[in-house]
Design a protein around this ligand. Structure first.
Ligand code: PMP
Length: 386
């Protein structure tokens, strides 16, 4: 029989996160700090707008690029929040989550063998999406010493003739690291010097706690070589709606639109109606959620450091990434033993690539009571291990 599966797909490893979720799901009384999604339900007004669209019978496809009104709102939002201007007619594309946005971005720019620099530890989908598009992910390791921030000279060290783009994520999953404007400017200098593109995953842009978010697209001449990938999942607590978007210069955006129209047609219509409401009137709720995450971040950083799990204060997202090195355990052993002995689920850092080993990802998108109980249990676990 002929080989049934593509070589590319066979080369992909299954995500290491799944195994822990399956194990945790089979146990009682588990506190999960494992999930990467908000603990808020989407704002009622957003849900209501979507319900209303269904009541009115708006159940057909939308334009391939997304509802015109949604793209207009996105144009206004990007300008007002982040100071970047995109033409809603041909520089904005509404996608099925940030996930599809990343997929079409990769497929639009990669020729076979093109190299994309990825900053690790990172979101588990990046390298597989690059590989599926025929590219080669080139990892750059960041560590706790630099608070998991990419240093510009690290980019130069891996650049080859095949380097096409740099993939950035700030605030970052899993480290929570958030790059400042000055840090992004230094990265932009290198990107321009070597004529690279940047794909910037800004899905956590709304969730920064110390400094306002800066998009690399807003820096100097970067707009013309930047693809912004973002979505509603995190900042607006809309993971299940599957809605994201891309902002990019017209030539890149139109290439992505071509792929999108053949593979997806359009993002879900009822979700798009909800998103219009989120952008128009959602800022108060987003701000409340941001404040709540900030309180929980401060609690987690302080508490983890007190129980010998040292971590820096991450500037954004809803993750802390403490070092477990004092225990002498690998991150997989730590996560497994913590789950079996104390029923707290965290994600081993090793699943996020280089620089992840020796750390675990703890999401603080859980109630304060759960976090307090989790810290009590992890503290007891640490006493037994040290
Ligand atoms: N990028 C990052 C960094 C993420 O953490 C996630 C979700 N975990 C995504 C993209 C994808 O999000 P979605 O497809 O729900 O928009």
């Amino acid at each position: 029989m002929k080989e049934r599966l593509s070589k590319t797909v066979q080369s992909l490893q299954p995500s290491g996160i799944r195994r822990f979720f399956d194990l945790a799901a089979s146990m009682d009384n588990v506190i999960s700090l494992g999930v990467g999604e908000p603990d808020f339900v989407t704002s009622w007004s957003v849900r209501e707008a979507s319900i209303l669209s269904l009541e009115r019978g708006y159940t057909s496809y939308t334009a391939n690029a997304g509802l015109l009104e949604l793209r207009q709102e996105l144009m206004n939002y990007m300008k007002k929040q982040f100071g970047v201007s995109y033409d809603y007619q041909n520089e904005i594309l509404v996608t099925v989550g940030g996930s599809q946005a990343l997929d079409v971005a990769m497929r639009a720019i990669i020729n076979p063998g093109d190299e994309i620099i990825v900053v690790e530890p990172n979101f588990v989908s990046y390298s597989p999406l690059i590989t599926l598009a025929g590219g080669v992910p080139v990892p750059v390791e960041t560590t706790a010493d630099t608070e998991f921030k990419l240093q510009p000279e690290q980019i130069e060290a891996v650049i080859t003739k095949q380097t096409k783009a740099l993939l950035l994520c700030s605030p970052n999953n899993p480290t929570g690291s958030s790059l400042t404007k000055a840090e992004l400017e230094a990265i932009a200098d290198i990107v321009i010097k070597y004529d690279l593109l940047v794909i910037t995953d800004e899905i956590y842009a709304e969730l920064t706690y110390d400094e306002p978010f800066t998009s690399i697209a807003s820096i100097g001449a970067m707009r013309d070589r930047t693809i912004i990938v973002s979505g509603f999942s995190k900042g607006f607590a809309m993971t299940g709606w599957r809605l994201g978007y891309i902002c990019a210069p017209v030539d890149l955006l139109q290439a992505m639109l071509k792929i999108h129209q053949y593979t997806m047609m359009c993002a879900p219509t009822m979700a798009q109606y909800g998103a219009i409401e989120a952008l128009k009137n959602g800022s108060h709720d987003v701000e409340e959620m941001r404040k709540s995450y900030r309180r929980r971040r401060n609690y987690m950083v302080k508490s983890l450091n007190e129980i010998q799990l040292s971590c820096h204060t991450p500037g954004g997202a809803f993750y802390v990434f403490p070092s477990i090195k004092k225990t002498g355990l690998t991150s997989e052993q730590f996560a497994e033993q913590l789950l079996l002995e104390e029923r707290v689920a965290v994600v081993p850092g090793s699943v996020f690539g280089l620089g992840g080993e020796g750390h675990v990802r703890c999401s603080y998108a859980s109630s304060m009571e759960s976090l307090e109980e989790a810290i009590k249990r992890i503290g007891r676990f640490m006493q037994n291990k040290l």
